[in-house]
Design a protein around this ligand. Structure first.
Ligand SMILES: Cc1cc2nc3c(=O)[nH]c(=O)nc-3n(C[C@H](O)[C@H](O)[C@H](O)COP(=O)(O)OP(=O)(O)OC[C@H]3O[C@@H](n4cnc5c(N)ncnc54)[C@H](O)[C@@H]3O)c2cc1C
Length: 473
């Protein structure tokens, strides 16, 4: 491991000249917003169940058949509510991104998938049993009369699509698809939810015309689909047209790693913070059909930006050779891997491999006094030390301490550091003696990142002080 001591204090970066930011208050505000969101999530489920009670559903649950039918309707309402919440979580709403971060929104979206499907399936099965009991048919025979009800065929197709979406999202099945193939199937969930609406409005009385329940339910649909339309389609199209981003040039900076230099107009007005990422689409015949989340590797100026891409698959390989002049669509900026997410006075920053990209931009953008930030850069070999010169220069200019570690991971342990360092007794604590007073920013390969994160947790660092940027959602 090698060290670079902080540069001498520069007049413009002394603590007294830096803007005063109350990080604790900032964090408390964000935590309150996050709590409110979780409360809203559960409250919306409870409200869906309450719609059935407001309709007087409890009075119909007095017989066994009535109870089963009522329970089926209730679970259908809650399941649909969960799916609408999932759409909102996937809509990339800026307020959600600023509050919990895009990765947590996607993780919550994913966690709700199976329960929502089970509720919808239970809804269908219980209704078949309940109706079958009251008409004297067995549940299978009940499918025929049920399909004859208005809008029911659409609802059945919607359920089938939903099953396809959830099954293709199971980890083992998802691995068999390309990202784009899986994403295409996933888009069917919008169709599935839309197909379910007509039968909800026309069959049964819970959402009958002229009721408050119906207004509330339609408002939920408008919120979910409106968010998707606004933030996934309209805003990105407007931003793309407004900023007119094109490729200025591509430079190879290491084997399999290229920096793509971009130019555009009024880029500062995007309000991008160092450490954030965009979803990029390059309009060439070979690349227009796939988009990729990639962090900025430098803070943009008003007319230029830069990303650094490692060839990790067919898509990233193709975008690494796009010609100058290629038009680029953007979605973003996204992510909480920024100075704004800080909760503690100091920064401890660890990056490995291509994980250096957001870290370089974060370091450039973050506000700290000399001695308040420590950076550890990690590479398996000298070939992987790209952007390190730039990080060195920024660290020297801003007074951050910099450590570097090159070498393969120690097989003993398992360990996230080279064998030699592990043997010499180097630890996270020895590199970052002020870890408890720091926010820990981590970016790098998933298995490596998990080990560093586990180490930090074992040292007692609280969850809110750990900010991990994962490249594998
Ligand atoms: C927040 C974030 C920031 C990133 N920043 C950088 C960076 O600065 N530099 C860099 O080299 N790499 C970065 N990546 C990783 C980069 O996005 C993937 O390596 C790239 O998309 C892989 O695509 P592929 O077609 O080459 O490989 P594939 O083999 O097709 O994909 C490999 C994996 O990449 C992921 N992936 C692919 N496309 C997408 C997509 N559109 N949306 C979400 N995940 C996708 C999937 O998990 C997929 O399984 C980042 C990823 C994320 C999530």
């Amino acid at each position: 491991m090698t060290t670079q001591a902080p540069a001498p204090t520069h007049q413009t970066t002394t603590r007294s000249r830096l803007p005063r930011i109350n990080r604790r208050a900032q964090f408390a505000r964000r935590a309150r917003r996050a709590d409110l969101l979780v409360t809203l999530l559960w409250a919306s489920g409870a409200a869906a169940a309450a719609l059935y009670l407001a309709y007087g559903g409890a009075s119909q649950m007095t017989t066994v058949a009535g109870f089963i039918t009522g329970l089926g309707i209730l679970l259908g309402l809650v399941g649909t509510d969960f799916i609408l919440v999932m759409l909102v979580l996937a809509a990339r709403i800026p307020l959600l991104d600023r509050t919990i971060g895009h990765d947590r929104a996607v993780a919550t979206h994913r966690r709700l998938g199976k329960p929502a499907l089970y509720l919808i399936l239970a809804h269908g099965v219980l209704l078949l049993i309940g109706y079958g009991m009251s008409t004297g048919f067995n549940p299978i025979a009940e499918i025929g009369p049920m399909l004859a009800l208005p809008d029911m065929p659409l609802a059945f197709i919607g359920t089938g699509l939903l099953i396809a979406v959830v099954v293709t999202s199971l980890v083992a099945v998802r691995r068999k698809f390309s990202y784009e193939g899986w994403h295409l199937v996933h888009l069917l969930s919008y169709v599935a939810v839309a197909f379910a609406l007509p039968h909800q409005l026309s069959v049964g009385g819970v959402l009958a015309e002229g009721t408050v329940q119906r207004v509330y339910w339609i408002a939920l649909y408008v919120l979910a689909f409106g968010s998707i339309l606004t933030f996934r389609f309209v805003e990105p199209i407007v931003a793309t047209l407004r900023h007119g981003i094109t490729v200025a040039g591509v430079t190879q900076i290491a084997p399999g790693v290229t920096s793509i230099h971009l130019k555009g107009s009024k880029l500062r007005s995007l309000g991008t913070a160092g450490g954030q990422f965009f979803i990029w689409r390059f309009w060439t015949p070979r690349t227009w059909w796939h988009s990729h989340p990639i962090s900025l590797s430098a803070v943009p100026t008003d007319t230029t930006a830069r990303i650094t891409v490692r060839d990790l698959g067919a898509g990233s390989r193709r975008i690494s050779s796009v010609p100058a002049g290629t038009r680029v669509s953007i979605e973003g900026p996204y992510g909480l891997f920024t100075d704004a997410a800080r909760t503690a006075p100091k920064m401890a920053i660890v990056a490995a491999g291509v994980g250096v990209t957001p870290v370089r931009a974060l370091l450039e953008h973050a506000i700290f006094a000399p001695g308040e930030a420590t950076v550890l850069l990690r590479a398996s070999s000298d070939d992987e030390t790209y952007l390190w010169d730039e990080v060195r220069a920024i660290a020297a200019a801003k007074g951050a301490r910099l450590y570097t570690m090159v070498g393969r991971r120690s097989p003993v342990g398992p360990s996230w550091m080279p064998e030699e360092d592990a043997r010499r007794g180097v630890t996270l604590r020895s590199i970052f003696p002020d870890l408890g007073d720091s926010d820990l920013y981590l970016c790098g390969p998933t298995t490596w990142l998990d080990l560093v994160e586990a180490d930090a947790r074992a040292l007692g660092l609280p969850e809110h002080q750990i900010h991990a940027e994962r490249f594998d959602w």
